[in-house]
Design a protein. Structure first.
Length: 452
């Protein structure tokens, strides 16, 4: 790779994919959708000396709110802190804002991508846009890339919440196998190399590389590099949905994200990254963002302009005030504390599993997130372990425990012995009670199988 020295440090000279490259990736709707004639002019309102008669903004003098005082914790949770919104800052928080997000928050998030992923804002034509949680920008990103009937590569098992997105687009979902090391790049290669010549190849791969929901597995560095190489070779966009990036608690050092790695491999523009504050700040605030090639982010913004206009300015301002107070180092300190919390919960849940479910289930220890993905041995005579649906949906529920049968995380909806359980909200006592009930459900399901 060609190297150049910038400010005394060595940085790669990057090949940046041009805007014209994305013409073949943008959906029909994305190409037809123009920018809002009003919102497109809003930035001009900041022109010195200009009197704007442009937008139908409500006058802040009519708002009933005069100030907000929010009590919070310091980044290390050692002392209380106070955030105050008043005056012009409050007026801004209560008003319509930019489609891409509150300017200081967008700037802070851009800095975080530099800090956490090494993506220099001056290298590569990329930017950030805010979303109402990462689900919002994942949905819009998919809508901007995929046409009805397109094939999309989807890791399997996969986050169940994304399947309706691809179903709405009537996409052909191509399952890529995963294992304890994350997405199987060998499976991806086999699929692409055997792809029919007469059929358009998939335009995108959807993956959750850290603490994959539902499995909790994390893709290794080797797998990530192989996937990036396949993206170049077979020309597809990587949709990197990474809400558990800051909830990694595995033993190995944290692997670089796809967003970071593509810059390290010398060519940028194939990764559209999605981040979320739901797991580390607040789920109810609905704050997330997309980072990636400007052409694709512009397409997401055009979608936002015609759907929900923007993320709520008030929650963006609250998030910014907190994050600005913490700084990047403080944010990392906070997320490390959150990650340690979930690691402790995972350990307690696994201890309870060993006590109540040994011999009845099989699992691999999760490395991030808040879920355990385990295989029920409902039918000991079957290599597959049987089907978890009846045992979980009916028997376990009647005994007072609720979990998710694995079939809902499989794009094909096929039968499976796997189950997803969340340990994020239950106490240690509740863990033991729930798993003792689950044990009874499995034994009852086994008895029913032997009678067939």
């Amino acid at each position: 790779m060609v190297q150049e020295t910038i400010n005394g440090s060595s940085k790669p000279s990057l090949k940046v994919l041009p805007p014209s490259y994305y013409d073949k990736f943008l959906s029909h709707e994305a190409k037809l959708r123009g920018f809002s004639p009003i919102r497109g002019l809003l930035p001009l309102e900041s022109t010195p000396g200009l009197i704007s008669l442009l937008a139908g903004k409500p006058n802040p003098d009519t708002f009933p709110f005069t100030s907000f005082r929010i009590e919070s914790r310091s980044a290390d949770a050692s002392k209380p802190s106070t955030l105050t919104l008043e005056g012009s800052e409050l007026h801004e928080a209560l008003q319509y804002g930019a489609t891409a997000g509150l300017k200081p928050l967008v700037e802070w998030m851009t800095g975080l991508q530099e800090f956490s992923h090494g993506r220099d804002r001056t290298q590569g034509d990329w930017r950030v846009t805010m979303g109402s949680g990462s689900q919002d920008v994942v949905y819009k990103g998919a809508m901007c890339i995929l046409n009805p009937g397109d094939a999309v590569l989807v890791e399997s098992p996969v986050y169940a919440g994304v399947l309706p997105v691809f179903n709405d687009r009537q996409c052909e979902k191509i399952e890529v196998d995963t294992d304890e090391h994350g997405i199987r790049s060998s499976s991806l290669r086999e699929i692409l190399e055997a792809w029919p010549v007469e059929k358009p190849k998939p335009k995108a791969l959807y993956t959750v590389p850290y603490g994959c929901n539902p499995t909790g597995m994390t893709a290794t560095l080797e797998r990530r590099l192989e996937v990036l190489e396949l993206a170049k070779e077979h020309d597809f966009i990587i949709l990197e949905d990474d809400p558990y990036f800051y909830l990694y608690y595995g033993q190995a050092p944290r692997y670089p994200s796809y967003f970071a790695l593509e810059a390290q491999t010398g060519e940028v523009g194939r990764v559209l990254r999605f981040d979320s504050f739901s797991k580390v700040l607040s789920a109810g605030m609905r704050i997330g963002c997309a980072s990636g090639p400007k052409t694709l982010i512009d397409a997401i913004d055009r979608h936002t302009e015609t759907s929900n206009l923007q993320v709520a300015t008030l929650t963006q301002m609250i998030a910014f005030k907190l994050l600005d107070q913490w700084g990047f180092e403080g944010f990392i300190t906070h997320t490390q504390r959150v990650s340690a919390f979930y690691r402790e919960r995972r350990d307690m849940f696994e201890d309870a599993m060993r006590q109540h479910l040994t011999g009845l289930v099989e699992w691999t220890t999760p490395e991030a997130g808040m879920f355990v993905w385990f295989k029920l041995i409902v039918d000991p005579s079957s290599p597959s372990g049987g089907d978890s649906e009846e045992a979980i949906r009916n028997i376990a529920f009647k005994k007072g425990v609720l979990a998710l049968p694995g079939t809902i995380f499989l794009p094909s909806g096929r039968k499976t012995a796997y189950v997803r359980a969340s340990f994020s909200m239950v106490s240690q006592e509740q863990m033991h009670l729930a798993l003792s009930r689950l044990k009874e459900a499995i034994l009852e399901a086994r008895l029913a199988v032997t009678k067939q």
